[in-house]
Design a protein around this ligand. Structure first.
Ligand code: M6R
Length: 602
């Protein structure tokens, strides 16, 4: 949930650290800080607030060739300057991503030995412990190793020692990479922050300790020094610019069509789903049940996906909230495939659920966007989405590609299980590959229409989205998007369930938005919407029923034939409503309050 960057080389470090931190801000933006080596000692500049505030605090004279930086999403201790990273204890200055679970024990013990703590963070316990062992052992590596032996929890550390122009790193369950540039070596939570400087990187593994200096990077695992195999990033720095859009979220909504096309086209051969480049030919053989584990929007994508698989392939499928699953694994029968879905590939709850599924003997598959991340690496197999870097905290293209890829799996399994013939499989695949991106692009042209809906609701406090079946799953995502970026409370409800209690919350002008794209249920969903109108609601009907005679206050048409086009059209409409509602409220759309994009703590 925090972003780490470090640099040691022959160029001025501070501008690089600040640039890197601004690219890592999606990981947390409560506070930011930098420590750089000056005349052998670490000088720290840190502040609550954004990287821009840090930039203002730095002096031109703050020149150094070795520095570490941090952007924080607070877990322990309030958001203030003192709790901002880096933390310094004696000879040790460090930044940390993760949670040190036993920090109170460590802190108590060190306090009895006379150590004085300045902050209320878990991180300072680590810096103090490493400092203690460094003073005792005199070796950076041995001090880190000994401290890590005692530390429980998750971490990625970047550590500087007094008088040494080098950075040490160690990690467990929090991402960390080393970058190899023309002007020195880097460490970072994510390749995105290094793209302005280098595209060559190494992913540090759990349990490894590494040291970077201006002319070398050395990685140690349990067997000693190991050979580094550098990789080249496929990402392009251009992908992390706003390209003239006001917000990354809007840009990413516009990129959904191409992201889906890129995700599906590599797996559509002769218009048939084909996973032979990525999965063993017998990968799905014998699968009797599929369960998804995911969080937030990825969970909503999984719910829709489980529905597609059940309907098309007739394989029993469920989606579980990962944080619930990991501590109460559902009773299962043999031959369950667990699919972990995650844009970032590093969501702690999803990773925990994946590990639990593996522990009980399930076969596992990951659907991940960010390359080489823990979820991607730990599952038995991985299918990457091709959304490209997603910067806005609120996911749009990440979610869209997850749904599209799971839908492709559903077509594949339906054909494999002889639930649909090859011709139908081809038609469905072609619709997903070609018609869906077209439908999304056409829907994005309806910005003015959605702006006027957003203008009608943006100053209200509560809103309901209702729908049945897959429309309910879209409603869940629509409600989350609205809450997340506009802070309007929104709740998704299965249309008919509303009258069993929740309709008591509907009063004069409460907006109720019904999504109705299933022709068999048009009249039922429309009736449920009108039940709320009778109680004073302001009703909005998103429907593919071109012949509707609904008396809803506002009608939004979904003019497509296939269920999957209707899905993505409705989704895109609701994304735009959320975006413009947040826009009219003057919210910080790309960085909503209290959130971070990668949720790497439980
Ligand atoms: O990276 P992941 O897909 O694992 O993230 C899961 C959720 O944290 C994420 O979808 C979150 O709900 C989004 N901010 C919603 O827009």
């Amino acid at each position: 949930m925090c972003g780490i960057i470090g640099y040691v080389g022959n160029d001025n470090a501070a501008p690089k650290i600040v640039k890197g931190l601004s690219l890592l801000e999606y990981r947390g933006y409560d506070s930011a800080g930098i420590a750089f080596l000056k005349d052998g000692a670490a000088r720290i500049v840190k502040t609550s607030g954004r990287v821009d505030s840090l930039r203002e605090k730095l002096l031109k004279s703050d020149k150094s060739y070795c520095a570490i930086g941090h952007t924080r999403w607070a877990t322990h201790g309030p958001v203030n300057d003192v709790n901002a990273h880096p933390h310094k204890s004696g000879n040790v200055t460090l930044v940390h991503n993760g949670i040190i679970e036993n920090y109170i024990e460590i802190k108590n013990e060190l306090q009895t030995q006379g150590v004085v703590f300045k902050s209320s963070t878990d991180t300072e316990a680590a810096s103090a412990l490493i400092n203690k062992y460094y003073n005792e052992l005199g070796s950076e590596k041995d001090a880190i190793k000994k401290a890590l032996f005692e530390i429980k929890g998750s971490y990625a550390f970047a550590i500087m020692f007094k008088g040494k122009e080098e950075i040490w790193v160690a990690k467990k369950e929090s991402s960390l990479i080393i970058g190899y540039g023309n002007d020195g070596f880097y460490v970072s939570s994510d390749i995105i922050a290094l793209l302005p400087f280098t595209d060559t990187y190494y992913v540090v593994n759990d349990g490894e300790i590494a040291r970077i200096s201006s002319d070398s990077a050395i990685v140690f695992d349990t067997n000693g020094e190991k050979e580094i195999h550098w990789q080249k990033s496929e990402q392009d720095e251009q992908n992390i610019q706003k390209d003239g859009y006001d917000h990354f979220m809007l840009k990413e909504m516009h990129e959904q069509a191409s992201a889906i096309y890129n995700t599906i086209s590599v797996r559509a051969k002769k218009e048939m789903p084909d996973f032979s480049d990525e999965l063993a030919s017998d990968f799905f053989d014998g699968t009797e049940r599929i369960e998804f584990v995911a969080c937030g929007s990825a969970m909503h994508a999984s719910l829709a996906g489980a529905g597609f698989i059940e309907q098309l392939a007739k394989i029993p499928s469920n989606a579980y909230i990962a944080s619930e699953y990991r501590y109460s694994v559902p009773a299962f029968k043999k031959n369950t495939l667990t699919i972990a879905v995650s844009q970032s590939g590093e969501t702690a709850d999803t990773l925990g659920a994946l590990r639990e599924a593996k522990r009980i003997g399930n076969k596992t598959l990951a659907i991940v966007n960010a390359r080489e991340t823990a979820i991607a690496k730990e599952a038995d197999a991985c299918l990457y989405t091709y959304a490209g870097p997603e910067i806005a905290v609120a996911t749009t293209k990440g979610y869209a590609t997850q749904v599209a890829l799971i839908y492709l799996i559903a077509i594949y399994l339906a054909n494999k299980n002889a639930q649909i013939n090859a011709h139908i499989a081809q038609v469905l695949t072609d619709t997903l590959l070609n018609s869906v991106p077209k439908a999304i692009n056409e829907t994005m042209l309806r910005e003015n229409e959605m702006k006027s809906i957003a203008r009608r609701i943006f100053d209200l406090d509560n809103l309901f989205y209702i729908g049945r079946g897959v429309d309910y799953y879209i409603s869940m995502e629509a409600a989350l998007k609205l809450k997340e970026i506009s802070y309007i409370h929104a709740q998704a409800y299965p249309s008919a369930e509303l009258k069993h209690g929740t309709i008591s919350l509907v009063e004069k002008s409460t907006p109720v938005v019904a999504i109705s794209t299933n022709e068999q249920l048009y009249s039922k969903t429309e009736s449920n919407l009108l039940e709320t109108k009778s109680r004073g609601a302001y009703t909005i009907l998103i429907t593919s029923n071109i012949k509707t005679a609904s008396e809803a206050d506002a009608l939004i048409f979904v003019p497509y034939q296939s269920a999957i086009e209707r899905f993505f059209c409705s989704l895109t409409l609701t994304q735009m409503i959320a975006y413009y509602a947040a826009f009219f409220r003057g919210c910080d759309i790309d960085k909503p309050r209290n959130l971070a994009k990668s949720v790497t703590v439980e």
